[in-house]
Write a protein that binds this ligand. Structure first.
Ligand SMILES: C[S@@+](CC[C@H](N)C(=O)[O-])C[C@H]1O[C@@H](n2cnc3c(N)ncnc32)[C@H](O)[C@@H]1O
Length: 205
């Protein structure tokens, strides 16, 4: 099993690829908040880690106070760090985000984060998760995702799956070579009711 606690330490090195990926994700979160309509906004982050992508953005963005929602993280220590950093409007649940049971009652969201997942699960799980996005995201809401580009680079297929789910891409940012990529898009298809509780993905390591 991967050491996800050590993995987060790379964020502390501003010159690291992961810190650059973090900045790209945070930029897309801020843009999603910029374009969101007035009123309350619902957040759902799966495999949220320490919440270091979204929580600092909420703290600094004028719409941050409008956001309520849920971070789902399996590792209790990482979840505790996220909980300590989260405002009262953000619930941090220590649970398996691979099944919708952990967030059936928190969807659809206006901002859905699928960061740090697609590099750790089989392609079929990615496709299933992307196909489920219209049941997790409200019409007009933003989904942000990440994936490395190591061969065989899956990002073209992932982007096509998002398009087939009715997500219009707003950004695709990629580090040089086979490094990280960050995708963002807005759900232009109707949101649909979930088809019962189901498993979307299982981490391979
Ligand atoms: C690559 S990290 C990404 C963390 C965060 N999303 C980010 O991008 O900063 C993957 C995270 O997924 C968590 N994780 C692994 N399997 C999980 C599962 N089944 N349910 C919820 N979280 C899981 C790990 O503990 C780790 O914090």
């Amino acid at each position: 099993m991967a050491d996800w606690r050590s993995w987060h330490a790379e964020y502390d090195d501003a010159a690291s690829p992961m810190a650059q990926r973090l900045a790209a994700v945070q930029q897309q979160i801020a843009l999603a908040l910029d374009r969101a309509g007035p009123g309350p906004l619902r957040l759902l982050s799966l495999c949220a880690g320490q919440g270091r992508d979204v929580l600092p953005v909420l703290a600094g963005h004028p719409r941050g106070g409008d956001v309520r929602g849920r971070l789902v993280e399996l590792d209790p220590e990482l979840a505790a760090a996220a909980r300590a950093a989260a405002p009262p409007s953000i619930e941090v649940v220590t649970a398996d985000a691979g099944t919708t049971e952990a967030y059936d009652d928190a969807a659809p969201a206006d901002l859905l984060l699928l960061c740090g997942i697609f590099g750790n699960v089989p392609d079929g799980d990615i496709e299933r998760t992307v196909a489920a996005v219209p049941s997790l995201l409200a019409h007009g809401g933003t989904v942000i995702w990440t994936r490395h580009r190591r061969a065989p680079d899956a990002t073209s297929r992932i982007r096509a799956w998002f398009a087939a789910s009715g997500v219009a891409e707003t950004a695709f940012l990629a580090a040089p070579g086979e490094g990280w990529s960050v995708g963002a898009g807005v759900l232009r298809a109707p949101s649909r009711r979930p088809n019962g509780t189901r498993r979307l993905f299982t981490f391979a390591r």
